[in-house]
Design a protein around this ligand. Structure first.
Ligand code: SF4
Length: 67
């Protein structure tokens, strides 16, 4: 099983909470925004879904979605 992580860039405020929760995929760009998520979404393998869920749950702007 895999999932897709997408980000709503209109909501993201660069808090960076997701970066700590999902280090396997996300890193900060020079402004502190996550640079690991293309607008079209990125495929998350089964063994990383737990961390992806944590990132989604902890984002204070509700900018991340896992489908
Ligand atoms: S925690 Fe949410 S608002 Fe903050 S950088 Fe990550 S996606 Fe953006």
């Amino acid at each position: 099983m895999s999932a897709t992580l997408t980000i709503d860039w209109n909501r993201c405020q660069g808090h960076g909470v997701c970066l700590a929760a999902f280090r396997e995929r996300l890193a900060a760009d020079r402004w502190g925004y996550p640079k690991g998520i293309p607008t079209s979404g990125t495929l998350i393998p089964a063994d990383e879904i737990g961390a992806a869920r944590t990132a989604v749950a902890t984002c204070p702007a509700a900018a991340l979605r896992l489908t």
